[in-house]
Design a protein around this ligand. Structure first.
Ligand code: AMP
Ligand code: GLY
Length: 423
C-alpha cells in the first residue's frame, strides 16, 4: 500500500524508518518531511494543516493510509475532513477525530473527562476573564507551588508553575485578562501540585481494543539537572526503570482501561495513539495530561523497541482488529539524546552545516530540524537530531549515544549531558 506520514520532526522520521521496513509499504511519502525522511521516502512540501492540498496529494498518489504525526491537524479535524469527503473516506487515517482530539486541545475538556470517568488526576478548577477574582480566591486555598495551565494549545508553553502566591495571581491575570497566550489562555485551569516523578505511557487504540506500548521518560528542560526553560524534549529513555510490573498494572487498571471505556461511553471515535503523561506519586500513577499523538522524542525510543510490523498494527487499528495482535517488544533498552541549536528554546540561528552523520554506525540518527541543501545537511529548527542507541541497560545505551555524538558537528551545537541522571 501507499502511505503518507504528516509532519517533519524526529517522530516522523522514526515512523518513516519503521514503516519503510514493512513489506506491506509500497510507496512512502512524508509531508513536509526533513533531511532524514528524504533518504527513505519522498518528501512533499505541503503543510500538515493544508487539508485541501493533502487531499489532492492523496488522490494523485493513490495513498491508502495517512499517519498524522503532530496534534495540530488532529485538533483541527483532519480525520473528520477525510471521513466527510466521499472521494477520500476509504483512506485509513491514524489519529483521533476532532471530538477526542480535544483531550489535548483543551486542558479543561481533559480534566472533565478524567473526573467523569474517575481516573486519578490532580484536583482543579477552571476560570475565565469574568471570574478571575474567584481564581485568586481559589489560589488562596491551595498550597504552593501553584500550577496554572492555559486551556488551549500554546506550543508547549502554556503551563506555568510558581511558588509565590502573588506571582501566581499576577500570572493568572496576565493569562486571562491580558491574553498572554492569546485565545489559548481565555480559560485557565488551576491545579493541585503533584509531587513525584514523571513518565509516559503510550497506547494504540482502535476505539474498541487497545495495546500498550513500551513506557518512556523524556527530559523536558533545557538545562542539566532539569533546570531552565521547557523544551519539546531533550532526550528519552525506554523502558522506564522505576515503572515495575505492579505499577504498570495500576496504570492499566486505573488509567488505560477507564480511558478507552470513557472514549466509548462519551461516543468519541478514536483510532490512533493516546499518549498519557503520568506522574508517580508514592506508588500510585496519576494523569498529568493526555496527548492524542506519539511523543517526540519518546517515539525515537519506543518504536525502535517494537518488533511488530507497524503497518500491520495500523491496519488493525483502522479495521478495529487490534485484539488479534500480540505486541512484541525488544528486551533491550533504548535511549535518545537530542542535539539542539544553541539558544533553543529561545532565539537560535538556522542554516548551520551538519557533518559526521554518515560516520555513525552503531546508533540510529533520527533527523528532526534539518534539511538538505545542495550537498549538505543543514539545521532548520531548534531540535536538530536525535541519536538513538540500544543497550543491555539504559546506561550502556546512553554511553553509546554520547560516544557517537562526538562525531557529529554543527556550529553552536548543544545537548544535555546528563540524560538519565535521575534514575
Ligand atoms: P502539561 O502540559 O500539562 O503536561 O504540563 C507540563 C509540565 O508541567 C508537566 O510535564 C509537569 O512537569 C508539570 N505539571 C503539570 N501539571 C502538574 C501538576 N498538577 N503537578 C506538578 N507538575 C505538573
Ligand atoms: N516530548 C513531549 C511531547 O511530545 O509532548
Amino acid at each position: 500500500m501507499n502511505i503518507l506520514i504528516l509532519g517533519s520532526g524526529g517522530r516522523e522520521h522514526t515512523f518513516a524508518w519503521k514503516i519503510a521496513q514493512s513489506p506491506k509499504c509500497k510507496k512512502l511519502f512524508v509531508a513536509p518531511g526533513n533531511s532524514g525522511t528524504a533518504g527513505i521516502a519522498k518528501n512533499i512540501p505541503i503543510s500538515v494543516n493544508d487539508f485541501d492540498a493533502i487531499k489532492v496529494l492523496v488522490k494523485e498518489k493513490n495513498i491508502n493510509m495517512v499517519i498524522v504525526g503532530p496534534e495540530d491537524p488532529l485538533v483541527k479535524g483532519i480525520h473528520d475532513f477525510f471521513l466527510n469527503d466521499n472521494e477520500i473516506n476509504e483512506v485509513a487515517v491514524i489519529g483521533p477525530q476532532k471530538a477526542a482530539a480535544q483531550l489535548e486541545g483543551s486542558k479543561e475538556f481533559a480534566k472533565e473527562f478524567l473526573y467523569r470517568h474517575n481516573i486519578p488526576t490532580a484536583a482543579y478548577k477552571s476560570f475565565n476573564k469574568e471570574n478571575v477574582e474567584e481564581g485568586y480566591a481559589f489560589l488562596e486555598t491551595l498550597k504552593p507551588p501553584y500550577v496554572l495551565k492555559a486551556d488551549g494549545l500554546a506550543a508547549g508553553k502554556g503551563v506555568v508553575i510558581l511558588s509565590d502566591i502573588n506571582e501566581a495571581k499576577t500570572e493568572l491575570k496576565s493569562m486571562l485578562v491580558d491574553a498572554k497566550f492569546g485565545k489559548a489562555s481565555s480559560k485557565v485551569v488551576i491545579e493541585e501540585f503533584l509531587d513525584g516523578i514523571e513518565l509516559s505511557c503510550f497506547v494504540l487504540t482502535d476505539g474498541k481494543n487497545y495495546k500498550i506500548l513500551p513506557t518512556a521518560k523524556d527530559y523536558k528542560r533545557i538545562g542539566e539537572g532539569d533546570t531552565g526553560l521547557n523544551t519539546g524534549g531533550m532526550g528519552a529513555i525506554s523502558p522506564v526503570p522505576f515503572a515495575n510490573e505492579s505499577f504498570l498494572n495500576k496504570v492499566e487498571e486505573r488509567i488505560v482501561k477507564p480511558t478507552i471505556k470513557g472514549l466509548q461511553k462519551d461516543n468519541m471515535p478514536y483510532k490512533g495513539f493516546v499518549f498519557i503523561g503520568l506522574i508517580k506519586v508514592g506508588d500510585d500513577p496519576k494523569v498529568i495530561e493526555y496527548n492524542v499523538r506519539m511523543g517526540d522524542p519518546e517515539t525515537e525510543v519506543v518504536l525502535p523497541r517494537l518488533k511488530n510490523d507497524l503497518v500491520d498494527l495500523f491496519l488493525a487499528t483502522a479495521n478495529q482488529t487490534l485484539e488479534a495482535i500480540d505486541i512484541e517488544i525488544d528486551e533491550r533498552a533504548a535511549t535518545t539524546i537530542m542535539l539542539v541549536s544553541g539558544g533553543y528554546p529561545e532565539l537560535y540561528e538556522k542554516g548551520k552545516i551538519i557533518t559526521g552523520v554518515e560516520t555513525i554506525k552503531d546508533s540510529i540518527v533520527f533527523h528532526a530540524g534539518s534539511q538538505i541543501k545542495g550537498d549538505h545537511i543543514i539545521t532548520s529548527g531548534g531540535r536538530v537530531m536525535a541519536i538513538t542507541s540500544y543497550g543491555k541497560t539504559y546506561k550502556e545505551a546512553i554511553k553509546k549515544s554520547y560516544q557517537n555524538i562526538e562525531k557529529l558537528h554543527f556550529d553552536k551545537i548543544n545537548y544535555r549531558k546528563d540524560i538519565g541522571f535521575d534514575l
